[in-house]
Design a protein around this ligand. Structure first.
Ligand SMILES: [Zn+2]
Length: 254
């Protein structure tokens, strides 16, 4: 079976499962109506899938895979696969940090952060320009790591399911989240990243492994996670798909 098709099927399945489970067991009552947020987030997804993935993502990934050659390719396949996942996850950690710290990139990334609640649909909420730039970064990482097509597909499945999981509003027992924290990023860690408090927002940049935040001093937790106010302080009233598309062109705000 076509690996790209398997990847897409797994991501849709993950989305449906997390959306179903989080609706039965949310960690808190949402502030906003779920439907209006989902309309915004699915609209951005439709634009991103039809335009960005097709016109930018597919040719860019095909080009980077054809250029990918690295000494890492001489490693046994399992070790090379592991190295690919580590390199791409670490590269994304620094890209995510840049979207917070470089003002022009923050203009784009604030579309993701101005969601006033966080659930699995927030994982899809990205401005098309941010996604296109992120794909350029990923293409560079594919070349550096010497990734093969199947390794890239495996990384994308793990990366996206991790992102769906930690964006979900699923309530998990505290001991389970604590145990997961030692390796991956559970929702309690990423909820701190979506706080309106700037020093909290500028922490927890990882996607798959919690290791990078621990290593580079950006790891942060809170005991009172359900009371975290989410969003961007000056953008609490941005509503509607078109407003989100225009948001990067509005004056800069913190
Ligand atoms: Zn962020």
């Amino acid at each position: 079976m076509d690996a790209s098709l398997v990847r897409s099927a797994l991501l849709v399945l993950g989305l449906v499962i997390f959306a179903t489970v989080e609706s039965f067991r949310p960690y808190r009552v949402p502030h906003e109506p779920r439907l209006s947020r989902w309309v915004e987030n699915l609209f951005l997804t439709a634009v991103n899938v039809t335009l960005v993935a097709t016109l930018v993502g597919n040719p860019l990934m095909a080009g980077s895979l054809s250029l990918a050659s690295s000494p890492l390719r001489s490693l046994p396949p399992f070790l090379h696969g592991l190295a690919v996942i580590l390199i791409l996850d670490l590269g994304h950690y620094f890209w995510h940090m840049a979207t917070h710290r470089v003002p022009v990139l923050w203009r784009l990334h604030r579309v993701h952060h101005c969601d006033l609640d966080m659930d699995v649909s927030t994982y899809l909420r990205f401005h098309p320009f941010e996604l296109a730039l992120g794909l350029l970064v990923k293409a560079g990482l594919v070349i550096i790591s010497g990734a093969t097509f199947l390794q890239l597909v495996a990384f994308e499945v793990i990366f996206n399911l991790s992102s769906q999981f930690h964006h979900s509003s699923l309530a998990l027992p505290e001991p389970v989240e604590k145990a997961l924290l030692s390796v991956i990023i559970p929702p309690c860690m990423h909820r701190v990243h979506h706080s309106v408090i700037i020093k909290e927002r500028n922490s927890n940049y990882g996607t798959i492994l919690s290791l990078w935040d621990r290593l580079f001093g950006t790891f942060r937790l809170r005991d009172d996670v359900p009371s975290i106010r989410m969003g961007v302080g000056a953008l609490m009233n941005v509503r509607g798909p078109m407003e989100l598309l225009k948001l990067p062109f509005r004056p800069p705000v913190l």
